[in-house]
Design a protein around this ligand. Structure first.
Ligand SMILES: *[C@@H]1O[C@H](CO)[C@@H](O)[C@H](O)[C@H]1NC(C)=O
Length: 533
């Protein structure tokens, strides 16, 4: 007799974005087929059985903000480092941390040969196909110019042929930022194609001006990166982007919101009924300016490991405020913004020393091997340090340790932030982000809390291709015990058991979160609604 199920999970405490219930799950052909109290012998026969031992079983994590294989020329002058992870190492790190789906970025640049968005996506997809991926993956398209012909001709094709239903725009970085009218151009075309606009909201002029002033005073050490981006930088940019989006009734998602001010602006817009969504990331709940200051001295480059944009918030009281936003619905999704640069590598964080003329005065460096010695004697200059930290693997465990285990959020909210909402926002629901018959059998199974001994994290335990973690030494109270992708066990009891060819490309549909602003979209005093007549 043919077996009824390929995989059965017993003794599960199944958590979705709305419910918790003790039950068993039956999987057939990579999809969930049954959620029941128990299975009989006939149903069990021939199936692989996993005993969850009463631990949480959740939909596999969806990390909607991951940079892999990317040309990360993100420095203010278009400098920047080399992305340390490709699709193989990045997706391996994802599944070892309970994440089964990653959405990465394909990036247009200002170079003439990168004008075509379709060509950019083909290039990035060939990078993924070259190595394969352990996790299912898709792309957001980063748009850095407002070429009307490209937007009109190619956005519909991106949606139809590639299933790319989200674009990301920048308000900062000299090589990527758009002016307000360019933003309107792109958002207008995105809206016509039901493409969700993601916005990196930092005021580039404020940053550039403050950076110049800091440099005049010789304040260039890694710590001063934070002072060049105080919370008002995000505060201004979120306010402005909300106004622009409201003007043309375009739904927006702010990526990596890291300040209380930014969160409050998002909240105000949501209260007005505007379709404004926000992403936040672990670094805004676990790091502060103090982490950037830890080894602060005239000769110390070590703190460059913590540099990301926006920077972590000033103090732990900000964490508490942001945790409120995590539980009260202000934040829609929780992603990693995994943006990996190595420390002991000439094209990683050390660009901050090597590109800084003053640091390199009288120095010669041959083929990288004196790098460590150099970094111990120099502080470099933050302007030249690639912005970004790794975190795809630690994302879910940090949310567990910091928010779930402490009672700040419920298990259901955990699932909503880390899986269900990203699936809805980016057009993957209910294939992903749900535990329903017919959904992909993607799961993260945690350890039963009573039998798990908290441990201190060391970078050597992680699977990324980065030589440090910002969370070195931190205590974790749980870790994914199993990660299962479409019914296939990928990660089990600390070991990788899947293969790099298991991940598949995901064509996505339009966002399933509201596009409408019911309170304002008929009001000609507030919005340019004649645009669409
Ligand atoms: C919800 O969280 C946001 C962001 O932290 C905050 O601005 C807002 O005041 C909170 N609302 C309530 C009702 O607590």
């Amino acid at each position: 007799m043919a077996k009824m199920f390929d995989l059965i999970i017993i003794n599960a405490v199944v958590v979705t974005a709305s419910d918790i219930s003790a039950c068993c799950i039956g999987v057939k052909n990579g999809k969930i087929r049954a959620l029941v109290d128990s299975f009989d012998d006939e149903e069990l026969s021939g199936a692989e059985v996993i005993d969850a031992e009463g631990a949480y079983v959740m939909p596999g994590g969806i990390d909607a903000h991951v940079h892999l294989c990317q040309d990360l020329k993100t420095g203010p002058h278009g400098l920047g480092g080399e992305c340390a992870d490709n699709f193989e190492t990045g997706s391996l790190s994802a599944i070892a941390g309970g994440t089964t789906t990653i959405i990465t970025f394909a990036t247009q640049t200002r170079a003439e040969e990168d004008r075509s968005l379709l060509k950019v996506v083909e290039t990035y997809n060939s990078r993924a196909e070259e190595t394969g991926s352990y996790a299912d993956y898709g792309f957001h398209i980063i748009i850095v110019r407002n070429d009307q012909d490209i937007l009109e001709n190619e956005l519909p094709v991106l949606v139809k042929d590639w299933g790319i239903s989200s674009c990301k725009l920048f308000l900062t970085y000299e090589t990527q930022r758009l002016t307000d009218s360019q933003l309107l151009d792109v958002m207008f075309e995105a809206r016509k194609n039901a493409i969700t606009t993601m916005i990196h909201a930092e005021n580039g002029d404020m940053i550039e001006w403050l950076t110049g002033k800091l440099e005049e005073k010789g304040m260039v050490a890694p710590y001063y990166h934070a002072l060049s981006r105080p919370p008002i930088v995000e505060g201004e940019a979120t306010t402005r982007a909300i106004a622009l989006a409201q003007l043309i009734q375009n739904p927006i998602l702010f990526v990596h919101v890291g300040s209380v001010l930014g969160a409050a602006n998002v909240r105000r817009a949501q209260t007005m009924g505007l379709p404004v969504y926000a992403e936040t990331c672990p670094q805004y709940f676990h790091l502060t300016w103090n982490d950037l200051k830890r080894f602060h001295s005239p000769t110390c480059f070590e703190n460059s490991k913590m540099i990301c944009s926006p920077p972590p918030p000033p103090s732990t009281s900000d964490h508490e405020e942001l945790f409120v936003g995590l539980s009260n619905g202000t934040f829609t999704i929780y992603s990693s913004d995994h943006c990996p640069f190595r420390y002991d590598h000439p094209h990683g964080k050390p660009s901050g020393v090597l590109e800084h003329p003053e640091s390199m005065e009288g120095e010669t460096i041959s083929e990288g091997h004196d790098l460590k010695n150099l970094l111990e004697r120099k502080q470099g200059a933050f302007r030249f340090i690639p912005n970004g930290i790794p975190g795809v693997e630690t994302r879910l465990p940090l949310l567990y340790t910091g928010a779930l285990a402490t009672g700040r959020i419920s298990p259901q909210r955990f699932v909503e932030l880390s899986s269900t909402n990203p699936a809805k926002l980016y057009g993957l629901y209910p294939k992903k982000g749900a535990l329903m018959p017919g959904s992909d059998a993607d799961f993260v199974i945690w350890h039963p809390e009573k039998s798990f001994t908290p441990f201190h994290l060391h970078n050597s335990m992680l699977h990324h291709n980065v030589d440090y973690t910002p969370y070195e030494g931190m205590e974790f109270v749980n870790w994914p015990r199993y990660t299962i992708l479409r019914g296939k066990v990928m990660w089990a009891n600390g070991k990788v058991v899947g293969t790099v060819r298991d991940g598949q490309y995901l064509k996505r549909g339009p966002s399933q979160l509201s596009h409408k602003s019911p309170r304002t979209d008929k009001d000609p005093y507030r919005v340019a609604n004649w645009l669409y007549e």
